[in-house]
Structures are given as structure tokens and as C-alpha cells.
Design a binder for this molecule. Structure first.
Ligand code: PEP
Ligand code: MN
Length: 351
């Protein structure tokens, strides 16, 4: 067969592929509608992986067929997102302690960047609770940029945090940095936080998941949403479905804020994963004056919760002072946040 003959054959094959792709797209469109009706998440990463392995059984990532198969899956996901990407997509509800249900309404989690002392934490926690926070945050093992900066109080901090949470009937959230600390941190904390710098630390993800505790997983500062969703999948494949995703800003070329808050992550991740999405505007902003507006944007985009750094004397915070807000600003933030949230019910089912 000459070149023209082979080209004609390829054209005929392409026509068949196009017919099949159109058929696939039509089914994907119907599937999107059905998923929304039955409250199904758009993506199922285990199924996607299984589908790819059927097309090409050996894990040859660069194989051209894999590239095509991935592109087909991606376009199917896009198609379904068009159908399901509403602000009010239903998500799993993660119970924390007896009273808190993350994914059901707007949850405020607040407290200082780091636990500094018992009296300081109690003051911040009381103010945060009075303003509507239901979860108390406080870092004990701090992932600081410089080894010369305050590294946190470690185990002593954990005891302070636990006592304070019990005294105020607030579940507590703290970061675990090292797989060797998971057992100890999980004895003290109600929610384990895996920080931005550790989003793809697989041994840490596995160890933390095995505790069975709710995990707040922060997005890596340079991670795509797909990488973020796959990191969360490590927790779920360990049998822990109590996953809360947290967008906290990503690295861009901007220098006016510490990071850039990716608001689009909220509806996309909620629709993709069916997991609640919490926003941390404090680390995204880096400056306290921008925390409130970013928090409000997050609520308007459908965030399930806000994680805010609050201190009774923000300028005296041992870490992240510049982005920490005081109790009065926090009270304004919760009030306005709830107002925005209530007005959002008008968007129900739209988009
Ligand atoms: C924090 O919440 O204290 C923290 C260090 O956040 P991140 O991992 O997002 O930088
Ligand atoms: Mn901080």
C-alpha cells in the first residue's frame, strides 16, 4: 500500500474512533446527570486507574495509548463537571467529636499559628469560641522555613492543646510532621493536619490514615488539583474516608500576598471528590488585612469551612504574626461569613 492508501486507511480508522468518542461523550453526559441526581462524586480515581490498566496492563506511563486514554478520561471529567459543578454539590459529612460535622454547614476552625503557652492558648480559644469557632487549631510541631525560627512546643504543646480543647469542649486540630509522631499526636488531637509541605509524603499519609482519625490534608503549594486528589486517595486507600481537603494558596508570580488563593479549587474538588473543602485564607494572604476578604470569597464559592489564625495579641504571635487576626476581626469574619452562607441558598441547583 502506498502513502495515499495508508492515509485513507487512517482516515477510515479516525472516523470509527470519532463515532466511538461521540458515543462515549453522550454517555458521559448522561452519567454526569445521574451522578448529580444520586449524589455521586464526579471522579473515582480507583476506577480510572483500573480502566487505564485494562488498556495497557504494564505501567508504561509514557506509552502513547496511555496518553490518549488519559486525555479521554480528562475530557469525560470535564464534561461531567459541566453538569455537576454547582456551588452546592453535596459532600461527605465528617463527624468530629460529638458536636462538629464538617461538610454540614460552615465550620470555623481557629486558633493561633502555634501553641505558645497555656494561658495564651486559653485566651485565644475563648475568644475564638465566643465568635463561633467550633474547632481549635494550634501548631505544636512547626514546619518553619528557617531552622532558627520557633519550632513549636512539641509534646508539651500537645498536652496544652488537648487540655484547652477539653476545657472549652472544642475538638482540636494540629499538624503532624513526621510519621514517628503520628501515634503521639493522634492521642492528643481530634483532627490530624498534614501540611502543605507534606502533601505527597506517602509514608506520613499512610501512617496518619491508619489512626482512623479525621485528617485535614492541605494542598501542596505547588500541587495541581489532580495531584491533590491523588494524595487524598492515599488516605482513602488506607481505609480512612474521613478526609477534609484544605486549599491554602499556591505559588504564583504574585508577591503582594504570601500565596495565591485558588478559589476555583472549592467547587472543583467538592464535585470531583465528594469531600468537604476548607479554606485557609491566613496562609494564602500572608497579611492580616486580606484575610477577611479572602475568607468571604471562599464562603461565596461554597467552602465547607474556614481555618483561621487568631491570637489575642496578633503582633505578639510566635509565628506568622503578620497574617494572624485578632478576636474582633475574627468575630466580624464569622458574622459576615454566616450571612454570605445564608444568602447562598438562593444559588441552590443553579450554574
Ligand atoms: C499551618 O497551618 O500551621 C501551616 C503550617 O500551614 P501550611 O502547611 O498550609 O503552610
Ligand atoms: Mn501559620
Amino acid at each position: 500500500m502506498n502513502a495515499t492508501g495508508m492515509r485513507n486507511r487512517i482516515d477510515a480508522i479516525d472516523d470509527r474512533i470519532a463515532d466511538l468518542l461521540n458515543e462515549r461523550l453522550a454517555v458521559a453526559e448522561r452519567l454526569g446527570r445521574e451522578k448529580r441526581r444520586t449524589r455521586f462524586p464526579v471522579r473515582d480515581l480507583a476506577r480510572e486507574a483500573e480502566g487505564l490498566s485494562r488498556i495497557h496492563p504494564t505501567p508504561a506511563r509514557a506509552h502513547p495509548l496511555m496518553t490518549v486514554a488519559r486525555a479521554i478520561t480528562a475530557s469525560s471529567v470535564q464534561q461531567q463537571l459541566r453538569e455537576t459543578g454547582t456551588r452546592t454539590h453535596p459532600v461527605a459529612v465528617i463527624p468530629v467529636g460529638k458536636q462538629v460535622k464538617i461538610g454540614n454547614g460552615l465550620t470555623f476552625m481557629a486558633g493561633p499559628c502555634s501553641v505558645e503557652s497555656r494561658p495564651a492558648l486559653l485566651r485565644a480559644a475563648r475568644a475564638a469560641k465566643a465568635a463561633g469557632a467550633s474547632v481549635l487549631r494550634g501548631g505544636c510541631f512547626k514546619p518553619r522555613t528557617s531552622p532558627y525560627d520557633f519550632q513549636g512546643l512539641g509534646e508539651n504543646g500537645l498536652s496544652i492543646l488537648k487540655d484547652c480543647g477539653e476545657a472549652l469542649s472544642m475538638p482540636v486540630l494540629t499538624e503532624v510532621l513526621d510519621p514517628r509522631d503520628v501515634a503521639c499526636v493522634s492521642r492528643h488531637a481530634d483532627i490530624l493536619q498534614i501540611g502543605s509541605r507534606n502533601m505527597q509524603n506517602v509514608p506520613l499519609l499512610r501512617e496518619a490514615a491508619q489512626t482512623g482519625k479525621p485528617i485535614l490534608l492541605k494542598r501542596g503549594m505547588a500541587a495541581t488539583l489532580d495531584e491533590f486528589a491523588h494524595a487524598a486517595e492515599y488516605l482513602r486507600t488506607e481505609g480512612n474516608g474521613k478526609v477534609i481537603l484544605c486549599e491554602r494558596g499556591i505559588r504564583t508570580f504574585g508577591t503582594e500576598t504570601r500565596f495565591t488563593l485558588d478559589v476555583a479549587a472549592i467547587p472543583i474538588l467538592r464535585a470531583w471528590t465528594g469531600l468537604p473543602v476548607v479554606i485557609d485564607p491566613s496562609h494564602a494572604a500572608g497579611y492580616r488585612e486580606w484575610v477577611l476578604p479572602l475568607a468571604m470569597a471562599a464562603v461565596a464559592a461554597g467552602a465547607d469551612g474556614l481555618l483561621i489564625e487568631v491570637h489575642h495579641q496578633p503582633d505578639r504571635s510566635a509565628s506568622d504574626a503578620r497574617q494572624t487576626i485578632g478576636p474582633r476581626t475574627f468575630a466580624r469574619l464569622t458574622r459576615t461569613g454566616l450571612t454570605i452562607r445564608r444568602s447562598m441558598s438562593r444559588f441552590e441547583g443553579s450554574c
